[in-house]
Write a protein that binds this ligand. Structure first.
Ligand code: SS9
Ligand code: ZN
Length: 344
């Protein structure tokens, strides 16, 4: 299986994340990519290629231009405004205020375009996000042209990014950009399966009223899990998209047997949709040792996950999403890909 990777994904070197009321070193660190790369090379899974630059057009096919312009200029504007630290949100268009007006001040615009407070914007964030979507585009292009599976080692991740909102460590929605690229290449039906512990609220929002892209997600119950305000089972899509969003929220501590039985249901739904491409938002934060999640996968269970996904017999692109147990992220990611390849 080919892997696509760009060194530029390490350009985001944020120093702070707001976690438990404290500014901590971000869980979404550049080391995640280095460790996955090291394990990929050791496992000899296949060639690792760099993407070419696809530019802004594929981003603007999914994201609002004002949002993209904001992301590109935010760090410079934040510094010019004299703020001491990294660009972090401290006010939102909360429920009791109007949310459809965009303020002029960078502090106001941060709140307008952010869905969560933990994620800072710093030097290099925009460039890393641009490299991450290039990785996704290169991976899906390979699968579209060859029919063979691919792995996009995306970083930052993307599934929390909505059409005009960042957060949950995400800026551009790599999976949505890849799915749209497949649609623009003539595929009529694309399925996105999100196995990350956290609901892919951004991916859901982007395709919520569309019937050409099926979004299916298995995740921690949002009643008690980030992102809290999306991912409930009664969110099924709207308009033409009704029935093309399928959420499987599960309680924290769900055992792997139950999780895999839920995957069987999700796969049956995908099979009924009869897609021409499967994009897997691969978050390995369903690992029992993940510091900010609450499912119970052991490393060997990720082999089973890959084996199950192969049963769909779809052209498949895996795109890296979450996974914060950094010591184990390499083996967990490679185990999915090895399982998919049918390697014991
Ligand atoms: N105290 C934990 C809060 C979690 N905050 C963001 C989680 C983003 C996961 C991305 S896959
Ligand atoms: Zn996650």
């Amino acid at each position: 299986m080919l892997t696509f990777h760009s060194d530029k994904t390490s350009l985001r070197q944020a120093n702070t994340e707001l976690h438990d009321g404290v500014l901590v070193t971000p869980f979404e660190s550049p080391e995640r990519v280095a460790l996955i790369l090291a394990h990929l090379k050791r496992s000899q899974l296949g060639e690792i290629r760099a993407p070419h630059a696809y530019g802004l057009a594929p981003v603007l096919a999914i994201h609002d231009k004002g949002y993209v312009d904001f992301l590109e200029s935010c760090w410079q504007r934040w510094q010019a405004a004299g703020h001491a630290g990294e660009a972090m949100v401290n006010i939102w268009p909360a429920r009791t205020m109007c949310g459809d007006r965009i303020p002029e001040a960078i502090s106001g615009q941060l709140g307008y375009y952010a869905l969560a407070a933990e994620t800072s914007i710093t030097q290099g964030t925009f460039d890393a996000a641009m490299a991450s979507k290039d990785v996704a585009l290169a991976a899906v292009s390979h699968t579209l042209s060859s029919g063979k599976p691919s792995f996009g080692l995306c970083r930052p991740p993307g599934h929390h990014a909505a059409s005009d909102q960042f957060g949950g460590y995400c800026f551009f929605n790599n999976a949505a950009i890849a799915a749209q690229h497949a649609r623009d290449a003539g595929k009529t039906r694309v399925a996105i399966l999100d196995v990350d512990f956290h609901h892919g609220n951004g991916t859901q929002q982007i395709f919520y009223d569309r019937e050409d892209v099926l979004f299916v997600s298995i995740h921690g119950d949002p009643a008690v899990t980030f992102p809290y305000y999306a991912g409930y089972a009664d969110e099924i899509g709207s308009g033409a998209g009704e029935g093309f969003t399928v959420n499987y929220p599960l309680p924290p501590g769900t055992d792997v047997t139950t999780w895999l039985a839920t995957l069987d249901q999700a796969m049956a739904r995908i099979q009924a949709f009869d897609p021409e491409l499967l994009v897997v938002s691969l978050g390995v934060d369903i690992f029992e040792g993940d510091p900010i999640s609450a499912f119970t996968f052991k490393s060997e269970d990720f082999v089973t996950l890959g084996e199950r996904l192969a049963q769909l017999k779809q052209p498949t692109t895996f795109l890296m999403e979450g996974g914060y147990a950094v010591e184990d992220i390499g083996v967990n990611v490679v185990n999915v890909l090895r399982g998919f390849n049918g390697e014991k």
